[in-house]
Design a protein. Sequence first.
Length: 273
Amino acid sequence: MTEIAKALTVAGTDPSGGAGIHADLKTFQEIGVYGMSVITSVVSQNTLGVKSFVDLELDFVESQFDAVYEDIPPDAVKSGMLSNPEVMALTARKMKEAGVANYVLDPVMIASSGHALISEDARVAVAKELLPLATVVTPNLPEAEALTNKTIKTVEDMKEAGRVLVEEYGANAALIKGGHYEGEADDFLYDGDTFEKFSAERFDTKHTHGSGCTYAAVITAGLANGKTLYDAVKDGKAYITAAISNPLNIGKGQGPTNHWGHRWSEIHSKEKA
Ligand SMILES: Nc1ncnc2c1ncn2[C@@H]1O[C@H](COP(=O)(O)OP(=O)(O)OP(=O)(O)O)[C@@H](O)[C@H]1O
Ligand SMILES: Cc1ncc(CO)c(N)n1
């Protein structure tokens, strides 16, 4: 019998389906990995922005972790929206208790629409509690700036942020994403030893809602499947590039990425046949 890899996402929701838990589960499914979720916050949002959110009680978040772990231990875990220091500390404790081997930390701070998804004091908590546990941390440029307290203007600055996150804060590796940079969409992975660049052409599109969640989720699914970090990021970059370059044109604002963009031409050639 085929052994199916399992992945868990610890994150907030998006009723409009493009980011957070929803993006993660769609992505796990696309990769053929069994997806599970622990919901931290219920968010009222869509492609136009975030209206409000409610953080679930800590005991209830913990109960969800226990429900997953006592039954179906995951091969890899991803965390996204952890809106306050308490839920970060809880997540760190549950990771340690479970001895999670593959942990992708997406340090979500601000939605693509510009709305803050975590409190100010939670930033420091990310650094202290979660970074030393991370197989890889995946900040975009504003998140990398907030975590390192440094301004990022050049590729050298991006690399320096990667160095700080690994060498000073203790992450195993850092993937600094260039979605918010100008020019090509280049991301830099630093594993404490070498820098690897993952490049893609920048597409002229506003449909990138949930791109960071989706990218981190596909990397998590790759690790759950036993890939090396390098291969998980390489395949993840191809997946997110296909998701951005085949837009669904859904929503009145910044629309979702296309979670099945990687097989879009196959779907459409079947429609024509
Ligand atoms: N217009 C674009 N064309 C091609 N690739 C892009 C574009 N925008 C972002 N990317 C890529 O998408 C991935 C996600 O990066 P990004 O920096 O946008 O994440 P993010 O800001 O955390 O996303 P979000 O907050 O919208 O979920 C990266 O690989 C980045 O290079
Ligand atoms: C729940 C959630 N997590 C992350 C993001 C960032 O894209 C978002 N918009 N919503």
